[in-house]
Design a protein around this ligand. Structure first.
Ligand SMILES: *[C@@H]1O[C@H](CO)[C@@H](O)[C@H](O)[C@H]1NC(C)=O
Ligand SMILES: *[C@@H]1O[C@H](CO)[C@@H](O)[C@H](O)[C@H]1NC(C)=O
Ligand SMILES: *[C@@H]1O[C@H](CO)[C@@H](O)[C@H](O)[C@H]1NC(C)=O
Length: 716
């Protein structure tokens, strides 16, 4: 008698192995999804303080904190103000007194204050990064363009939805059933009643911007009935913005177009056509010192849209299990609504929504036009899971989703009245940044149409990224780390504003190389709208300037990361620091410089003496700060507590040295580049200066080889 298959030992072993594999797989998955062993320090602080006397703080908290912060921070020789006006000591964040007495300071504020003591007034040297350096281009790859299948039957433009001509031409007896997709809250929507529309008649959007549509008809070439089901979106006719206050009828419009995970350099590499159009045709100012202020998308969007950080706003995280929502937060949408603006907030990928993934979301839609319920319904049939790997997850019906976002943004700009729009596109960059290239031509088209239809006259345009790519592999390279911290921010000022305030274009341009942040974007938008009364006057304790500064006024060149609200491990600025005499590179740098000087006089060796090192005044190295170099990832799900590891090794390092040589007394200062892997220096004679007079040292060659005057000491 044949055995039933599951009785066979072989199959039993296979099944057990499969089960074990699944268990392991899910546990490993669990590690990725839940990487937060209750490390909720940043928010727990004030509460702990309320309950516990500081001096009697429980030991476990203390030691946990200590372990979080016990990181290698190099000790650095005394900075010498004479030769190193910009030298900063490595920020010694470890030794921060976490506020045993000061009960008003929270964790991060305290860290910023401490850091400010070290870096105040030092300014910021923005690293000059080659967008095409091998270190980062190794992650580039060409991906196929997004192609969507099929043909939508119904499209909407503004409030009117109707069957497209192509379908009318081939199909008879068309009947479409429309159902409004009605927003109830960020987590709930309802489907409205059926409305049946026949033939080419239009359906007008009134209850919602979004509809679900089912159509049937007979194709002319087929005896079988054909049908179509899909979603469409436009703008309902029933939104009537408030009347603007007197003399504020004609303030400018704003469009902020954001792409997830898009660094300044990444945009240059992967969106070359759009970048050229921004620069050459729209004359955009691209900020090269635009630095993130925290981890992830909310850390960029809260400051831009509220002028505050997450920690300064009510705690409405899901895990707090309170019923608070983001409605109580001071979003710019609310202020502008009062000012007579029509507002829009467009974001895709609802399952990882910026304000819904970790937070309770909104109870009422924050802007007049808001895509959340549309995307919830549209993706409800498993778009997120089932189409992984196929292009369908990037499509809404027959249209690539990013294109739909651009289209709806374009439609919004054509509505009447004052307009404020924030569009954030994530699907083509979130999983693999390389995918963004698929949108290059369409963004060019969008930007040119923006210009052609006259929006440059009265609309402030910002094209931005929230942060650069954050994958572990990228973070393993120095340039990848820096690019993560330097997202795209391109600004086009409207012509009307430039006429009103003639010097702002020049000022904005002069700020392009200064250290700037998302807090500045909030201040800038309000400045451009003449709503400065809503500025956030917050200053980091001890700072001279407010944390957010408008880009339409000169940003002080001595502004430092801490002053701008950037913690050391997010700070991309480079700083010069002394190299201690124990450091191997101290002697190496000095020797390399003498050797180079000798090599210059080599051809005249019969006349010029070989010079020997008789003293080293100082050696300095330019580096990103050590917290930045050793930052690995956030330790908590909210992204406020850093996990630090081995520092990444840069490919090159810049050094400066001042040395004295004999015979005679030659004093030289030089800038040199150290090639780390090859352990050698690159020196250019243009970067060497002789700082004492050479008098008649080179008299034997000065007639014939005057270019060696600085280096030659005559033998005779
Ligand atoms: C920074 O520069 C401003 C002028 O732009 C000056 O008033 C301020 O004192 C400087 N701050 C420091 C700390 O040097
Ligand atoms: C939120 O919770 C508080 C107390 O837990 C309750 O008084 C309040 O009505 C709740 N609000 C809503 C909108 O559910
Ligand atoms: C946006 O989509 C609508 C409906 O398909 C279409 O009529 C319109 O031309 C599109 N706009 C742009 C700028 O592509």
């Amino acid at each position: 008698m044949p055995k039933i298959w599951y009785r066979s030992r072989k199959y039993q072993v296979i099944i057990i192995a499969l089960i074990i594999f699944c268990i392991f797989y899910y546990t490993s998955l669990g590690d990725n999804l839940y990487r937060e062993p209750n490390l909720d320090l940043t928010r727990r602080w004030p509460k702990l303080r309320a309950r516990t006397h500081w001096l009697a703080r429980p030991k476990s908290t203390l030691s946990r904190l200590a372990s979080l912060e016990s990181l290698p921070v190099s000790s650095v020789a005394q900075a010498d103000a004479r030769h190193a006006p910009r030298a900063v000591k490595d920020l010694n964040v470890d030794s921060i007194d976490l506020g045993l007495t000061n009960t008003n300071n929270r964790y991060i504020e305290k860290r910023l204050e401490e850091a400010l003591k070290e870096d105040k007034g030092t300014g910021c040297e923005i690293p000059k990064l080659d967008p095409f350096a091998k270190e980062v281009t190794q992650f580039d790859k060409e991906l196929p363009k997004i192609v969507c299948q099929g043909q939508d039957w119904v499209k909407c433009y503004h409030a009117e939805c109707k069957v497209v001509q192509k379908i009318l031409d081939t199909t008879t007896n068309i009947k479409c059933t429309y159902n409004d997709i009605i927003y109830k809250s960020d987590s709930e929507y309802k489907i409205g009643p059926d409305t049946v529309v026949a033939g080419k008649d239009a359906y007008t959007l009134t209850a919602s911007d979004h509809v679900k549509v089912k159509c049937t008809g007979n194709h002319v070439n087929s005896i079988l009935p054909s049908k179509w089901t899909g979603h469409s979106l436009g703008f309902r006719s029933t939104v009537h913005p408030k009347k603007p206050p007197p003399r504020r009828e004609n303030t400018i419009n704003v469009l902020i177009l954001g792409f997830d995970s898009t660094s300044h350099n990444g945009f240059i590499r992967r969106m070359p056509k759009s970048y050229r159009v921004l620069l050459d045709e729209l004359r955009a100012t691209v900020l090269s010192g635009y630095n993130i202020v925290g981890d992830g998308t909310p850390a960029a969007l809260f400051p831009i849209l509220t002028g505050k950080t997450e920690l300064e706003l009510p705690d409405v995280r899901k895990k707090m299990k309170n019923n608070g929502t983001l409605d109580s937060m001071p979003f710019i949408f609310y202020k502008l609504k009062e000012d007579g603006y029509r507002t829009a907030y467009f974001e895709d990928m609802p399952w990882i929504g910026t304000f819904q993934y970790r937070f309770n979301g909104f109870r009422h839609q924050p802007a007049d036009h808001y895509l959340r319920s549309f995307y919830l319904e549209e993706s409800s049939r498993g778009k997120k899971w089932f189409n992984v790997g196929s292009n369908n997850k990037y499509c809404v019906g027959d249209t690539p989703q990013y294109k739909l976002m651009l289209n709806i943004t374009d439609q919004f700009l054509k509505l009447d009245g004052k307009r404020f729009c924030f569009t954030f596109i994530a699907d083509i960059t979130h999983d693999d940044f390389n995918m963004i290239s698929t949108a290059d031509d369409d963004l060019v088209h969008f930007l040119r149409s923006f210009q052609r239809s006259g929006n440059v006259e009265d609309t402030l345009l910002m094209v931005m990224g929230d942060h650069g790519p954050r994958y572990a592999k990228v973070r393993d390279t120095l340039q990848g780390k820096l690019e993560e911290r330097l997202p795209l921010m391109a600004i086009v000022l409207p012509e009307s504003l430039k006429r009103e305030r003639p010097n702002i274009q020049e000022i904005l341009l002069s700020n392009a190389d200064s250290l700037t942040t998302p807090h500045d974007i909030y201040a800038t938008v309000l400045d451009a709208l003449d709503l400065r009364q809503h500025w956030n006057p917050y200053k980091v304790t001890g700072a001279d300037f407010t944390r957010g500064l408008t880009l339409l006024e000169p940003i002080p060149k001595n502004r430092s990361c801490s002053e701008a609200g950037i913690e050391p491990h997010w700070c991309a600025c480079l700083a010069w620091r002394d190299v201690s005499q124990d450091d191997e590179l101290y002697q190496k740098t000095a020797n390399a410089l003498v050797n180079y000087i000798n090599s210059l006089t080599e051809s005249m060796r019969h006349k010029c003496a070989i010079r020997k090192l008789s003293g080293v005044e100082w050696v300095m190295r330019q580096r990103a700060n050590s917290r930045m170099l050793s930052f690995v990832a956030a330790k908590d799900a909210d992204g406020y507590v850093g996990q630090f590891g081995a520092r990444v090794t840069p490919n090159t390092e810049n050094y400066q040295a001042k040395i004295i040589v004999a015979p005679g007394r030659g004093v030289y200062e030089a800038s040199m580049v150290y090639i780390v892997k090859e352990d050698r220096f690159e020196i250019n004679s243009r970067d060497i200066s002789r700082t004492n007079a050479y008098n008649n040292e080179p008299s034997c060659i000065s007639d014939t080889h005057p270019h060696l005057n600085m280096y030659c000491y005559c033998n005779d």
